[in-house]
Design a protein around this ligand. Structure first.
Ligand code: DQA
Length: 147
């Protein structure tokens, strides 16, 4: 059964709870992970979590991804907007990925409107806060069930 989803939190996501509440609410990463775990079990998915502020470490983790998971849910933080290294590593990993943002990146600063992952992710969920992770997991489940 293909149901293992890796939830990848990128740069600065470990500081949730201290970031601008207007964009991110008050939830901490730990609290977010509790909610994601609950969403996952409702959908019959198994989740693991990884967070790093170090791009090279993140890339090396992505190299191991095919051994660890069947699919991934990715909030890469600011790397979303400029890290071609992470884009390449996702292509190498070649597992279905859904990109998530807590905030509505399209309605913020212009530099946040572009994602380097465009074209290689199965979907994007943005601006729905923690509930967006549920939607993203459901999208991944549909991918896993369909293929
Ligand atoms: C973010 C949006 C990014 O632009 C930002 O750099 C983040 C978080 C979000 O979840 O809304 O760190 O990915």
């Amino acid at each position: 059964m293909r149901n293992r989803v890796e939830v990848l939190h990128g740069v600065n996501l470990d500081t949730l709870g201290r970031r601008d509440p207007e964009h991110y609410g008050g939830i901490t990463l730990q609290e977010l992970e509790v909610r994601i775990k609950r969403f996952a079990s409702e959908l019959g998915l198994e989740v693991r979590f990884f967070q790093s502020n170090h791009e090279g470490e993140f890339v090396e983790y992505l190299h191991r991804l095919p051994d660890l998971a069947d699919a991934a849910l990715l909030n890469a933080g600011a790397w979303t907007h400029y890290s071609y290294a992470i884009r390449d590593a996702l292509e190498i990993a070649a597992v279905p990925v859904v990109e998530v943002h807590l905030s509505d990146v399209q309605s913020r600063e212009p530099w946040r409107r572009h994602s380097v992952f465009e074209g290689i992710v199965a979907g994007v969920v943005s601006g729905e806060g923690p509930d967006g992770y549920r939607k993203a997991l459901a999208m991944l489940k549909a991918q896993l069930d369909g293929g």
